[in-house]
Every structure is written in structure tokens, then in C-alpha cells.
Design a protein around this ligand. Structure first.
Ligand code: FAD
Length: 306
């Protein structure tokens, strides 16, 4: 019987693992892989305390920090949690490797995966011009013409993030109107750098070593066109990895786990959640790590009272 089982291997998991380990809780960490979503980022410049490091190095550091507590934290990776159910006064965590682990509490930090365009070239040029995080990667596109796909808040913010760097920004929206908040819409519409294309159905990412273009179909005229761009930001939302716990904790419409932001508690007593899998507004490494810490301290306090 573990005191705590942490699901995940990203910054939120690392934050939680280091703190529960230092509280000497008997911990199991189950992770698909270590590092989390920014592992593909060429240059992470906002991991506080480090001016610049690759996503790969960040992942390595997180893993090393978790592995620094071998007596307290047992690791199962790569392994995926497939189901969590109530068992006695605790929980049973089942995995894709046939694992079935008894635990008093659970901290879910399984993050999210980016919603993809699902078009040819997208995977091939991921990290080679195709990007999914403008806050992180906009500075890498200095002097380039760039396309942003998605006319919601994320897309609009990506355009704004690109203002200081890109020469020209094409904003492609599938429908015939923008969806983000009015103030940001105005900012985007008023910029001479921005060219908005409505009714655009993206078709193919083109490139050689790096991205050179984005093909799309005008859904009204049926005409196929190609934009000559050096970068493409896909901002059509993300999908929380919450499927394995959907019957136990309350989710919002987007599938994010609803938490009490003061304690990281979910709707199910004994389960906390942190990072991108939750309804946290800002999805960032530092915030996820901090939220993981919060969940760990809450679990510790709960176990102490038992
Ligand atoms: C391309 C890109 C670049 C980014 N760059 C930056 C940046 O520069 N700065 C910044 O602050 N933020 C950046 N972000 C955002 C940042 O990566 C996320 O906010 C952060 O990774 C969220 O951390 P997390 O631990 O909550 O979840 P994630 O990073 O999503 O990690 C989830 C973890 O859970 C594991 N997992 C998933 N499902 C299961 C399961 N069923 N069982 C077990 N394990 C599971 C995964 O393998 C992974 O280890 C970037 C995001 C992307 C996509």
C-alpha cells in the first residue's frame, strides 16, 4: 500500500514527487515518459532560475531530481495509468502493463496533449517550424513570415506573441469569424502585420529541412492555396489526459479536472490534481511544478490527519 501514487512525469509530477519524497511518504510514480510537453522545445527561456535550456535538458533535470529519492519514490516508467477506482478507504490504480497498485491517495499530473491538425507534414516538421506554444517559441521566428492556425483566444494570443518577432503573420480560421475576446481581436485586426484568412481548411505542411509553406483550401471558393511561411503555430486547443479518471472526479466540458485552486483537491476525497490536466488557466511549466507542490503538501496534510 503506497501513501501516494503520482500519475505523470512532467513538471507537475516532479514538483509533487520531490515534495512527497522529502516528507518521507511511500510513493509510487507512474509515468508514460519523463519531461512533459516542452520536451520538444528547442529553447526554453522561462524556466525560472535557468536563462535557457532545451526541452530535452529540462526533461533530463526533472527526471534526475525525481530519481534522487530512490528510497521514497518507486518509479514505473514507461507505464500508463488506465483506470483509477475506489478500493476500501483508498484507491486501486491499474496500468497498461497489467499493474494494479493499492494506494491511500493519488496525485494526477497527466497533463495534456496538443490538439493536432492531423494533416500531412505536421508530424514530420514538428519542432522544425511547426510549433504548439507561442509563449515559448515565438522568439525563434524572428524576421520570418509565420502562420497561426486557430482564431480563438489561443490563436489570437499567439499572433500577439509573434508581433515583436515575425515579419508577417497569417491567421487562419476555419469558420467565418474570430472567436477570441474582443480586445485581443481588435489588437490583432488593427495590426498591419496580420493578414486574416477565414474559411481556411488546412491541408498540408510543406517543407524541406524546415517548414516552407502551408497549403489550405478556401472553404467558400474551393480554391487550394499555399502560403509561403517559415513557421506554423497550431493553436486549436489541447486535450487533457484525463480519460482514465473521468468516472471518479468531476471534469469540465473540455475534459479538464476541476480543482480547488487553493488546495489542488479534486471532487473526490483523497485525489488531487495539478498542472495542464486541470482547469488551471495558465498552462506553463513553472505553474505546473508549483501546482504539483501544492498537491503534494495537501496530500501530506490529509494523510497526517488520517
Ligand atoms: C511545444 C511546447 C513547448 C512548450 N514550451 C514551454 C516553455 O518554454 N515554457 C513553459 O513554461 N511552458 C511551455 N509549454 C507548456 C508546458 O510544457 C506545460 O504547461 C507543462 O508541460 C505542463 O506540465 P504537466 O506536468 O502538467 O503536464 P505534461 O507536461 O503534459 O506532462 C504529463 C506527463 O504525464 C504523463 N502521462 C500522460 N498520461 C499518462 C497516464 N495515463 N499514465 C501515466 N503517465 C501519463 C506524460 O507522459 C507526461 O510525463 C510548452 C508546451 C508545448 C506543447
Amino acid at each position: 500500500m503506497y501513501d501516494v501514487t503520482i500519475i505523470g512525469g512532467g513538471p507537475a509530477a516532479a514538483g509533487a514527487a520531490v515534495y512527497v519524497a522529502r516528507k518521507k511518504l511511500k510513493t509510487l510514480l507512474i509515468a508514460g515518459e519523463f519531461g512533459g510537453q516542452s520536451i520538444v522545445s528547442a529553447d526554453v527561456q522561462n524556466w525560472i532560475g535557468t536563462k535557457s535550456l532545451s526541452g530535452f535538458d529540462l526533461a533530463k533535470n526533472l527526471e534526475e531530481h525525481i530519481r534522487n529519492y530512490p528510497e521514497e519514490v518507486e518509479i514505473k516508467a514507461p507505464e500508463l495509468a488506465t483506470k483509477i477506482s475506489k478500493k476500501g478507504s483508498g484507491f486501486l490504480v491499474e496500468t497498461d502493463k497489467g499493474g494494479a497498485y493499492d494506494t491511500k491517495t493519488v496525485i494526477i499530473t497527466s497533463g495534456a496533449r496538443r490538439r493536432k491538425l492531423g494533416i500531412p507534414g505536421e508530424e514530420e516538421f514538428n519542432g522544425k517550424g511547426v510549433a504548439y506554444c507561442s509563449t515559448c517559441d515565438a522568439p525563434l521566428f524572428g524576421g520570418k513570415d509565420v502562420a497561426v492556425v486557430g482564431g480563438g483566444n489561443a490563436g489570437l494570443e499567439a499572433v500577439v506573441d509573434l508581433f515583436p518577432y515575425a515579419s508577417k503573420v497569417y491567421l487562419l480560421e476555419y469558420s467565418d469569424g474570430l472567436k477570441g475576446d474582443t480586445v485581443t481581436q481588435e489588437r490583432v485586426k488593427n495590426s498591419e502585420k496580420v493578414h486574416i484568412i477565414f474559411n481556411a481548411e488546412t491541408k498540408e505542411v510543406k517543407g524541406e529541412k524546415f517548414v516552407t509553406g502551408l497549403a489550405y483550401k478556401d472553404r467558400v471558393s474551393g480554391e487550394e492555396k499555399t502560403l509561403s511561411v517559415g513557421g506554423i503555430f497550431v493553436e486549436i486547443g489541447s486535450v487533457p489526459n484525463s480519460e482514465f479518471v473521468k468516472d471518479l472526479v468531476e471534469l469540465n466540458k473540455a475534459g479538464e479536472i476541476l480543482i480547488d485552486h487553493k488546495t489542488a483537491a479534486t471532487s473526490c476525497e483523497g485525489i488531487w490534481a495539478a498542472g495542464d490536466v486541470t482547469d488551471e488557466m495558465y498552462k506553463q511549466n513553472n505553474i505546473s511544478a508549483g501546482d504539483g507542490v501544492k498537491a503534494a503538501l495537501s496530500a501530506y496534510s490529509y494523510l497526517n490527519k488520517k
